[in-house]
Design a protein around this ligand. Structure first.
Ligand SMILES: CC(C)(COP(=O)(O)OP(=O)(O)OC[C@H]1O[C@@H](n2cnc3c(N)ncnc32)[C@H](O)[C@@H]1OP(=O)(O)O)[C@@H](O)C(=O)NCCC(=O)NCCS
Length: 269
């Protein structure tokens, strides 16, 4: 198990409010998803049929597939298509994903993101607040910076070289979306109500210069300050041109691959 945890998570430890939480992650791409829908429950198939736009249908299927693969790996469940249909991801009224097994609420929580044909699912104990997000590293406009970031974030942006900006902006934006998911509100909240700070210097391109930290599986610490009383701690990771962030209101160990999850008890404890 990885012993590293995000430095801003240490704030919580001082108050011993929580012990650091294990979180697992899995990614899948569109080419992993079966063409048929046998792995969807009846209810999921009905939801899918009501989605009007092809891209939304494809993102939704990819997210469900990724979640089911991650859940099966962490809970030691069979992965044949019909068994996967017994695992169901329903949307709460907020849009947040909730897990059901054989029609009953499962004792596990997930967060989902899909972007550019890749989906990320993170899994943790039921009742804990966490969120994940995938964001593309790409050029963004000055208006985007003006509209969505806090003064502290703008100061960090102003201090960053032009070549490092696409990565920094993707990282800051992704950290906010992860925190908004952890709060289960999404973009109903103003993104300037929270300030993201990477706990590790963001290097300039080329990304290869990053190197992947051996002790944290390529994950680097991240902090999201929401209010004087609420701080999210988490991690970010860069691979190809996508940034991933995972944050929680409890301190987190660096995320571990769901494929390395040995038993469900790790999550359900
Ligand atoms: C949550 C949100 C910020 C994610 O947007 P995004 O970056 O474009 O999309 P991502 O792929 O990263 O994440 C989408 C996933 O977030 C999850 N999600 C959606 N709303 C969520 C919420 N309130 N809390 C936590 N997770 C949420 C869902 O699993 C969703 O995928 P799915 O619908 O296929 O199950 C955005 O959907 C949002 O703000 N939603 C709330 C506002 C809203 O409901 N608007 C109208 C929608 S009908």
């Amino acid at each position: 198990m990885n012993e590293g945890f995000s430095p801003c998570g240490r704030l919580f430890l001082e108050g011993t409010r929580y012990t650091p939480m294990d979180i697992y992650w899995l990614e899948q791409t569109e080419s992993d998803v079966p063409a048929n829908n046998d792995w969807l429950s009846l209810r999921e198939a009905t939801v899918l049929a009501a989605l009007r736009f092809l891209k939304r249908r494809s993102d939704w299927r990819l997210g469900r597939w990724t979640a089911k693969q991650a859940l099966a790996a962490c809970l030691n469940l069979p992965t044949d298509l019909l068994a996967l249909a017994d695992l169901e991801i329903r949307a709460a009224s907020s849009g947040a994903p909730e897990v059901f097994l054989h029609g009953d609420p499962a004792d596990i929580a997930i967060s989902l993101s899909h972007r550019a044909g890749t989906a990320l699912c993170t899994l943790g104990p039921h009742g804990r607040n966490f969120g994940c997000d995938l964001e593309m590293v790409e050029p963004r406009s000055a208006a985007f910076v003006d509209d969505y970031f806090t003064a502290a974030e703008k100061a960090l942006i102003a201090d960053t070289s032009p070549s490092g900006l696409p990565l920094l902006l993707a990282l800051l934006w992704s950290g906010k979306e992860s925190a908004l998911k952890a709060l289960r509100v999404g973009l109903r909240l103003d993104t300037r109500c929270m300030s993201v700070s990477p706990g590790h210097t963001v290097p300039p391109h080329p990304y290869a210069s990053l190197g992947l930290a051996a002790d944290s599986g390529g994950w680097y610490p991240l902090c999201v300050r929401y209010s004087s009383t609420q701080t999210f701690s988490g991690w970010w990771r860069l691979e190809t041109d996508l940034v991933r962030t995972v944050v929680s209101d409890a301190p987190l160990h660096a995320p571990m691959s769901a494929l390395n999850a040995t038993t469900a008890s790790a999550l359900l404890a």
